[in-house]
Design a binder for this molecule. Structure first.
Ligand code: AOF
Ligand code: ZN
Length: 345
């Protein structure tokens, strides 16, 4: 499909708008929209500010008013076709007299999809696929959830060079450096649930809140979830009032993810311990691995992941590296490896 230079510029702007800091994550996607006049000049723009607020298209149409007649709408996501928390955007565009719609990503939400055909049926010209990769990346977890009917799972761990997350006596504070831990909090903040096993709650007593570099909790906290059947002391820090916490009383990762999906959660940050990680790996339910590796050796102690059923080298679970970054400097330098499970041939 053909896109003009002004449409390309507008899509870049729409992607930036969608990324506006402070927009709450999930359960809705991040969306941006720019309206252009017949000469390709910008008339109006809008972006989505979180569930229940107007969609990006509605915001832009509202700003444009009567000027929307004959305009080209450039949107990061296919305009919706449903009446949900707000009205259908495809219909609103038709009514406003929009002449052409360019969108990046087709809507993977079966309830909202169909905007393209509604627009075409009303005589609006439609083109899509412009910067689709960027748009999908912007709503990676949301898109994944729509397509797989479960949340995206990032398993994060911190380990020494020999893959250990705790010493032989159980002590684990700290394996990685302060900058690496601050970086992990930044990633936590991008998820909407942090998951640990009952064993980790008992042994490590993590608070599992998201904190800034001064160790102050952020205003918005993801949900905390504890998986497993063991009874837990209600005085554990994870049950404090700094963030909501739920219990997932199962040992089955699939069941836990189903439950989180029902709760509209899209991105699970799996934080340990080794048994929980092993259960997810064994079930094939890890979609991304983020490993913080410290240039340190323990020689004994608990490894980051427990036994998940591999006994011979030919069966090694191999991952593909998507990013390697050094976090911190000098004595505080650690390496962050981001990986995806490689399809076994
Ligand atoms: C958004 N913001 O800017 C656009 C969306 O929960 P609702 O009723 O507001 O509908 C959400 C669905 O609408 C969403 O899953 C997506 O398919 C579509 N488009 N959603 O939250 C927007 N354009
Ligand atoms: Zn809409």
């Amino acid at each position: 499909m053909e896109f003009s230079a002004s449409e390309q510029r507008a899509m870049r702007r729409a992607l930036d708008l969608a990324r506006t800091p402070g927009v709450p994550l999930g359960p809705n996607p991040r969306v941006g929209c720019v309206l252009l006049d017949a000469d390709g000049a910008e008339i109006a723009e809008g972006y989505h500010r979180g569930a229940g607020t107007p969609h990006a298209e509605a915001a832009a149409l509202g700003e444009a008013g009567a000027d929307a007649r004959g305009a080209t709408a450039v949107v990061t996501l296919e305009p919706c076709n449903h009446t949900g928390r707000t009205g259908p955007c495809a219909q609103a565009m038709v009514e406003a007299g929009v002449a052409r719609v360019v969108f990046a990503q087709p809507d993977p939400n079966p309830i909202a999809a169909g905007g393209e055909s509604t627009l075409r049926a009303a005589g609006v010209e439609v083109a899509f696929g412009l910067m689709e990769r960027e748009a999908r990346a912007l709503n990676r977890a949301w898109t994944f959830g729509m397509e797989h009917h479960r949340p995206f799972v990032t398993w994060k761990f911190a380990a020494t060079l020999d893959g250990r997350s705790a010493a032989a006596d159980g002590s684990s504070r700290w394996v990685t450096s302060h900058p690496a831990r601050v970086d992990a909090h930044r990633l936590r903040a991008q998820c909407d649930v942090m998951l640990v096993g009952t064993g980790t709650v008992e042994v490590d007593d993590p608070e599992l809140t998201v904190r800034d570099e001064y160790d102050e909790p952020l205003a918005h906290q993801p949900l905390r979830a504890v998986m497993g059947l063991r009874e837990l002391d209600p005085d554990r820090r994870i049950f404090n009032d700094r963030a909501p916490t739920i219990r997932l009383e199962t040992h089955d990762p699939r069941e836990a993810l189903d439950r989180l999906h029902q709760l509209d959660r899209q991105h699970v940050f799996l934080e340990g311990g080794p048994e929980l990680a092993a259960a997810f790996v064994r079930a094939g339910l890890v979609d991304e691995v983020v490993a913080y590796v410290a240039p340190a050796l323990l020689g004994a102690g608990t490894s980051a992941v427990g036994d998940f059923g591999i006994s011979t080298i030919a069966d090694t679970l191999r991952l593909r590296i998507t990013d390697v970054t050094t976090v911190g400097t000098a004595a505080e330098a650690n390496v962050r490896l981001t990986m995806t499970p490689k399809e076994n041939h």
